[in-house]
Design a protein around this ligand. Sequence first.
Ligand code: GDP
Ligand code: GDP
Length: 434
Amino acid sequence: MGAIVAIVGRPNVGKSTLFNRMIQRREAIVDAVSGVTRDRHYGKSDWNGKEFSLIDTGGYVLGSDDVFEQQIDKQVELAIEEADALIFMVDVETGITGMDEDVAKLLRRVNKPVFLAVNKVDNAKRAEDAVEFYGLGLGEYYPLSSINGSGTGELLDALVAVLPENEEEESDLPRFAVVGRPNAGKSSFINALIGKERYIVTDIAGTTRDSIDTKYNLFGFEFNLVDTAGIRRKAKVKENLEFYSVMRSVRAIEHSDVCLILLDASRGFDGQVANIFWLAHRNNKGIVILVNKWDLVKDKETNTMKHFTQKIKEAIEPFTDVPILFISVLNKQRIYKAIETAVEVYKNRSKKIVTRKFNDIMLPIIESNPPPAYKGKYVKIKFCTQLPTPYPQFAFFCNLPQYVREPYKRFLENKLRENFDFTGVPITIFMRKK
Ligand code: GDP
Ligand code: GDP
């Protein structure tokens, strides 16, 4: 699992500028690989080999100016609860404002690492002005310029020093996370599974985080259901459910092996669901799509499911090898099937293909469909193997790895999927020099 870092602060201090700088290099790579549009407010970053998720909370502020203040407080509270570390950004141009003081007040009570970033320190004169931010009572600050990058290295050094080591989850039991938009039926689904009202909505502030995994034995399957504290806080955050659900999804997804993405059939696979889907994909998690509330879809014909499936597949191109089930939590329809499918996806994700067999199947395919010549050069793929990673990654060794283009890699992935069952699991293909 990776740590989660949230950037908080009032509007216009430069949060999204810093956010973009921090995720830029990585995201550029990811985009080139998957050709996927991304959520602008959530990304992965790394520094000195330490990887973390970054959330720009400013991206979720909605509404008019007069509700800003209240919303920002709320977002800071949520960020405090869900993040492992916080970057509090202020602006040296404007100096300390009342809103900064409010946020600082919230942050002073927190026992998580808080980094005060004084932004727009573009020159030496402004570096002197920055000292006033000691006045916020948060101790040391990091003067920086998000625009030109100066000072950001120092902030990142300090930040990653306090983050937990990246350790890929070593669990003997599958970890399932139930994610989706608000009201998709996630709590109902979980309650239907475990047969009692487990989530009790109370309003106790400041309770420490619950344990993250809860072990279940259902229908003969043993698994952990990933959960974080917070569903009980639902009542408190009506105004900003979407932001809240993104924060929760990020954490739940990071802790899982397989994500069960629930959506409301009457609302369809919309942009928010797509964001959650790509979040899971980007984290290399197994995915099962559960179209819930199927009972609400009226006048179903033989082709209704097929059309629905097609629509979803268009939205998740090119990663379409994903199970899509139509369920009704209300009628307890196909709930067993959902868990069974999640278990299969889990197995696919941890599947290891014997190198010999892999070569026996893939090399003849490559032989008859070699990579097209690029800049007059011919690529010869000699050998391939699955890498010893917790999720499926494959290396193809060849003379000129840099000349193998994206479409050919996609061709390899398709062939791989045709010959080995990796349904529901993102695959990464590397071309390596040999
Ligand atoms: P957010 O609302 O906190 O996400 O702020 P933005 O990232 O959108 O930035 C607000 C404005 O401040 C934009 O016009 C940025 O170009 C500008 N800005 C951001 N970082 C810096 C900086 O380091 N120096 C200067 N001079 N301007 C900056
Ligand atoms: P969550 O926000 O994703 O946890 O969603 P909830 O579990 O709170 O469900 C939201 C609403 O959808 C509740 O009123 C549920 O009773 C309703 N609901 C959940 N599953 C189904 C279903 O399969 N069919 C119908 N008709 N309603 C459902």
